[in-house]
Design a protein. Sequence first.
Length: 94
Amino acid sequence: MKQYDQIMDASCGQCMFAMGEQVGCDLAVRIDTKAFFVKGAAIDDFGDAHAEDGFCNSIRKAKVKGHIQESIFVVTSLELLSDCLLYTSDAADE
């Protein structure tokens, strides 16, 4: 099983990565162009997901460790990179 230890995009799978496999708002990571829902960390573990800079409104860079199991990314560590806000939904409105 391949272990990952790299910088990835992290966000809400449904709101920002257009993943329709689950209902609601769930944390996901994107490796290259493929997004995976996360097991081992919850979307609100990193603050209010619906805040202006929350995962439902932005894509953040994160240092992530873990592996993929049955199309789910099993995270052992996920650390947001503080100054790496990749995209916010407000930017699209301008």
